[in-house]
Design a protein around this ligand. Structure first.
Ligand code: PLZ
Length: 452
């Protein structure tokens, strides 16, 4: 997988004609063994999980996932921005395996272990903000969000939370109320918890005049409900599930200023954007801002469940002893995986590679913006997206059809966006240049095929 290969499609609108080199397609997708397993899944598993590709994976080779029929699929999803170091990283595996031999669990609330403290130290040192910090570890992203709200409420003794249009913060009771999109996240699951208010954003691609109007509306919303009633505002520095929305320059710094002025805790949800995804360790760094609390999960544990809230020491310590915790919070195997991730990120190559991924994606996909139905290519680093929209509005149908065509030809892509009209790319940061190019060639041909 090192030689540069010719991967340009023979026909620009035919994904099947892109020479399969890194990809290996031995069967149609899904193959017969995947189809058998899928039939059994239907008999055993709830239908409530939506599946992007009903293909069963056997093992991973960096940015390739190998299915049970022997097909090699190019991974542009990283398990939703989790396996940034690859889904079978040997250093992660070695550290986690060694920990499994020593002990699997003690519960940090019962007896302690040093790796938990080591993970907290790294996060205290590397998350944005030149102030004394403390960290709490948890298991899932939603749990980190929930705990940030608990911490902010305990520290401020205020009830209300401000979130934003197109936000995604999780699927638990509180976090689904914080998440913007109704279907599938909130539908039929009400009543939702109260004290959650939603403000406008200023997407860079839709707000040529800058964030002034949105910030004025945020101020008005806070004034209407009483600034002194807000414990926290919670925002993703690039909104993920909501459509890979990059905020207009000045929006995040504006929120930072408003939060400080009103004594509101600014919580930056870096669960999808953090740990190098955008070419810097944290996406907040692109804007020069620091949250009072920064949340990480996903790529932190490279697939072993681990999340964290890192924030100002006085906030994190405002909670009474015993007020935070969880049986599995900061599981020792997950902590070892995180320590391996820190070592790998410390070498710098993956951060540089994120920049190369952005350049390759822009080179391949930006020319498509000239086509009717393609509106925008945006994102940062290895968090890039292409939006489908025309005079009639968002074209979720085009995004779905193009993603499906790419999937059928062995490239794992996800859609996102409040209108489902965005295809997003989240490859592992160490994806080989030729594997990336081949995946992009298939995606380009898939997009052209649904537009023609
Ligand atoms: N905050 C910014 O992106 C998880 C959701 C997948 P959990 N995003 C993937 C799905 O459909 O369930 C996410 C996120 C941001 C919070 C979360 C929640 O993280 O680990 O899924 O709870």
């Amino acid at each position: 997988m090192t030689a540069t290969r010719e991967v340009a499609p023979a026909r620009a609108d035919d994904p099947a004609s892109v020479a399969a080199t890194a990809r290996r397609l031995l069967t149609e997708l899904p193959g017969p063994r995947s189809r058998d397993l899928e039939a059994e899944r239907r008999r055993q598993v709830t239908d409530a999980f939506g599946i992007t590709m009903p293909v069963f994976i056997d093992h991973a080779l960096n940015a390739l996932l190998v299915d049970v029929d022997g097909n090699h699929l190019i991974d542009f999803a990283s398990g939703i921005a989790v396996t940034s170091v690859g889904a079978a990283n040997p250093r992660v595996a070695r550290r986690a395996a060694a920990q499994l031999e020593r002990f699997t669990h003690t519960c940090f609330m019962v007896t302690e272990y040093a790796s938990f403290v080591d993970v907290c130290r790294w996060l205290n040192e590397h998350t944005p903000g030149d102030f004394e910090k403390r960290t709490a570890l948890f298991t899932t992203g939603a749990e980190a969000v929930e705990n940030a709200v608990k911490i902010a409420r305990a520290a401020t003794r205020r009830p209300n939370i401000l979130v934003f249009d197109d936000a995604y913060h999780g699927r638990t009771q509180l976090t689904m109320a914080m998440t913007a999109k109704e279907n599938p996240y909130r539908l039929n699951f009400g009543p939702l918890p109260g004290s959650v208010f939603r403000g406008p954003t200023a997407p860079a691609h839709a707000t040529p005049d800058g964030p002034g109007e949105a910030l004025t509306q945020v101020e008005a919303l806070l004034a209407e409900h009483g600034q002194e009633t807000f414990a926290a505002m919670v925002i993703e520095p690039i909104q993920g599930e909501g459509g890979f929305i990059v905020h207009a320059p000045g929006f995040l710094t504006g929120l930072r200023e408003i939060a400080t002025r009103h004594g509101i805790v600014l919580v930056i949800d870096e669960i999808q954007t953090g740990m190098g995804r955008t070419g810097k360790l944290f996406a907040s760094e692109h804007e020069g801002i620091a949250g009072d609390i920064t949340l990480t999960a996903k790529a932190l544990g490279a697939g072993l469940p681990l999340s964290a809230a890192t924030g100002r020491a006085e906030l994190m310590n405002a909670v009474h002893t015993g007020g935070l915790g969880g049986t599995y919070a900061g599981n020792p195997v997950a902590c070892e995986a995180a320590l391996a991730v820190f070592e790998i990120l410390g070498e710098g190559t993956l951060l540089e590679n994120a920049g190369r991924i952005e350049a390759a994606v822009r080179r391949r996909l930006e020319p498509l913006v000239a086509l009717e139905g393609v509106a925008d290519v945006r994102g940062r680093g290895a968090m890039m997206a292409i939006e489908f929209r025309d005079g009639s509005g968002p074209r979720g149908d085009l995004a779905a059809a193009a993603a499906k065509a790419a999937n059928a030809h062995g490239v794992i892509t996800l859609t996102c966006g409040t209108n489902g009209n965005v295809i997003r790319l989240l490859p592992p940061l160490g994806i080989e240049a030729d594997v990336l190019d081949e995946g992009l060639a298939v995606l380009e041909a898939s997009i052209r095929s649904v537009l023609s």
